[in-house]
Design a protein. Sequence first.
Lengths: 298, 306
Amino acid sequence: MAAESANATLALPGVEPTVGARRARRRWPVISTSIIAAFVLVALLAPLVSPADPYEQTLRLRFRPPVWDERGSWQHPLGTDRLGRDLLARIVWGSRVSLAAGVITVLLASAFGAAVGLVAGYYGGRVDAFLMRVTDATLSFPVILLALILAVTVGPSFTNVVIAIAVILWARYARVIRGQVLTLMELDFIAQARVAGAGAGRIIMRHLVPNTMNTLVVLVTLQVGYVIILEASLSFLGAGIPPPTPAWGSMIAEGRDFVTSAWWVSFFPGLAILLVVLAFNLLGDWLRDTLDPKLRQL
Amino acid sequence: MIRFAGIRILQSLIALAILSVVVFALARATGDPLHMILPMNATAEDYANARAYLGLDRPYVEQYLSFVGRVVQGDFGTSLRARRPVLELIQERLPNSLRLAVFAMTVSLAMAFPLGVIAAVNKGRAVDRIAQLISVLGQSLPTFWVAIVLVEFVAGRLQWLPAGGISGFASYVLPGFTLGWFVVAGMMRLLRSGMLEVLDSEYVKLARVKGVVEYRVVWLHALKNALIPVVTFAGIYFSILVTTAIVVETVFAWPGLGRLAYDGITSRDFPVIQAVVLVTGVIVAVVNLCVDCLYAVIDPRIRYAR
């Protein structure tokens, strides 16, 4: 046993993964992209694919178990909640909230953060020092607390969730992109571009942006999953999407008090979150390994 | 080194100053505090008197400075709900939160270490993929859902561990695990890539040539150097833990800062929220400062790179 592992590690640097392992590696991105694509389709086509009205209450049919339970029926494949609403329909409609929150927030945050990072890295000096102090301060602000404060003062809503998360999240992009720009600025081609008469705008847009794109794509993919979890946490705490709009986080919260008697109400929305976020994380990991192996920690 | 530490301390102070401005601005943006304090039938004259008494008629800069002055002295005002000084509430809750955070950090290290090392040693094999999957799973599971599932099964049906509150060591296990698993992925990934790099280095090869036993090469020689990047990011993990703790503390009825903030927010207790945000900011800043200095001690190149 000891000898076996010794051999394995001795051969490590040059070791080629087995054929099976390599094939599995190529399968990861396909699986995760399919899961994401499926959820996006379901979200876009919610009115068509939803088996029932997610708002329709049938108090007579409260807490119906999923179809495989002997008391379940195909009428409600995943069962019903406290108000007799169809769980599958609510999960289908809830995917809209989660995906929209994830994608919109990350796009806003990455655009702003990347812009700050590019400017700080390009100009350096005082501009850089100032922008980085603001970035640090932002990073030390707990996201969930800001979102909770906004929810209490302005009222919980989809817009507030997106704003609260984006206002904090940009800092990560600023930090990472600025670091990359600093390294790029040392390289010859930037100096050559400058000698050739390129202005700040041209250097940033034509030379720096394309060279930071890979990092940005990796970070964006990984962050979508994180934001979906954040949004769900906020909805769970009652500071996210207000009821009765179906959102996965608030569905879990609604089922929380009935876990013992009706576990499915909280279980299935959680499973949906797990699937989507896992798909985004696996895709992000794969992208990082493929596009930018040096990015170990994002 | 002293110069480096001095610059970093200054930077942290600036970051905290910006944070305090934001908190102050948010406190003012939430509406006239007098509406909450004065009774419904208060006259315009009452408002004017109260405003002068509380100093709310002075310029914002002056108000901000006196706010900072009070905070520095530990005066966070009085909780509107508990009718007690906020400082007292913080003093009660802070140790519980810190203990939970430290325990969760220990759990995540205890998971990330073996996973990261085993994955690196078996790079590309099934073991590697399983180790990575375990870590990514923790990052992909919503903590509050894990918490609910654990409370229902481990605490409820199996009755192995308490479901909430603090009562001895056993009560740390479930919240600590829930919180800790969430950050395993990042640490494990760092450790894995660090180990891969180090295992390929000359000194590890030398150790092997010298005939050092393989487990000593991996767990002693290599691991020591693969740890450096993990130390750098410890600060980031800690701040993620502190933030996520709000959700976890709520589900487990943990008497910590997160729970205090949540209760404060549901009852619109602004002095409490303000204090929690500031205290959290200070904790995150101090931890990051210590981590940076520690890192500069371990790896002197950092001091000059900045």
